[in-house]
Design a protein around this ligand. Structure first.
Ligand code: AMP
Ligand code: MN
Ligand code: MN
Ligand code: MN
Length: 288
């Protein structure tokens, strides 16, 4: 029986395992088809691919793009694309510049709150890779400003808090367009987490579909049966395919594990029915 997990993070963004460690863990947990979907970077794909060969697991190219839609931050997954597509590579470069500028602004705000050298700390913890808010959360915990990541977000980094920087990411239409041009599938990540009203959710799904989006993440790590049911109904109504991914970041989090997802409701077409069987081979040919 194939086991799909199409959403997870490595040390190339805000995950705690290297791409190779992540693939190894996924294989040990029984995942047969894995997509590594780091935030705004493709940097982990070559190492993940190499590990996937060793562990005999199917690696699907992935990325989780940061998008602004109606001033709201959303996450759009790209799956099963050509990782060498120039438009996609350029988009990743743009997002990395946005992230770098945002990190500088977050650091200035945190310094005003008495945090020492937050940018240097975040950069060091990110290991020279792209900087995310969890890297600043680590700094806040280390310096005693917060007891854990959750409170670092609640008191400093979350929306409206002293270290929050409103960011103009890239447009939804641009991201979906580039994923498509790269031969991939665009999927709305964890749609229920945005806490949209019914009417905003319908607006989003309609526009997403019109601009070429094909899937929604119906099953995601930590979601409830009610979340699955609600998203399944919307997927049917808007004729979108369904995806499943844990959004795994950290083996120390007992609530989210690779390959432990509920199965998709039978009424839905899985996004992987559209995948190119040669995807894994394409990663190795094109990235090297
Ligand atoms: P960024 O993309 O830099 O804004 O960072 C967002 C990431 O922070 C998400 O992908 C989550 O992994 C993490 N995150 C968001 N909210 C929280 C929270 N309340 N507690 C812990 N981690 C969080
Ligand atoms: Mn994350
Ligand atoms: Mn996300
Ligand atoms: Mn994610």
């Amino acid at each position: 029986m194939p086991v799909y997990d199409l959403h997870c993070h490595s040390t190339c963004s805000d995950g705690r395992l290297t791409p190779a460690e992540l693939v190894a863990r996924a294989a040990q947990k029984g995942v047969t088809h894995l997509a590594l979907t780091d935030h705004d970077t493709l940097a982990g794909l070559p190492d993940a691919m190499e590990a996937a060969t060793t562990w005999d697991i199917n690696l699907i190219t992935g990325v989780e793009f940061s998008v602004s839609w109606q001033r709201k931050p959303l996450h759009i997954l790209g799956l099963d694309f050509d990782a060498a597509a120039p438009g996609l590579v350029a988009l990743v470069e743009t997002l990395q510049i946005i992230r770098e500028q945002r990190a500088e602004k977050i650091a200035l705000k945190l310094e005003k709150k008495g945090v020492k050298e937050p940018l240097e700390h975040a950069r060091r913890f990110a290991g020279g890779k792209l900087i995310t808010r969890p890297h600043f959360a680590h700094c806040l915990v280390e310096q005693g400003f917060a007891k854990d990541f959750e409170s670092a977000f609640r008191y400093y980094l979350g929306q409206g808090k002293p270290g929050f920087v409103a960011t103009q990411w890239v447009e939804l239409e641009t991201v979906v367009g580039e994923i498509r041009r790269a031969g991939g599938r665009a999927v709305i990540a964890h749609p229920r987490r945005y806490r949209l009203t019914h009417s905003w959710m319908r607006k989003l799904l309609k526009l997403f579909k019109e601009c070429g989006g094909e899937g929604v993440e119906v099953v995601t790590g930590g979601c409830s049966p009610g979340d699955i049911e609600a998203m399944a109904q919307l997927a049917v109504r808007f004729e979108l395919m369904a995806s499943a991914g844990s959004d795994f970041h950290d083996p120390a989090n007992p609530w989210v594990e690779l390959g432990r997802l509920a199965s998709l409701p039978g009424t839905l077409s899985p996004i992987w029915s559209q995948f190119d069987d040669q995807a894994s081979n394409r990663v190795s040919e094109q990235i090297r």
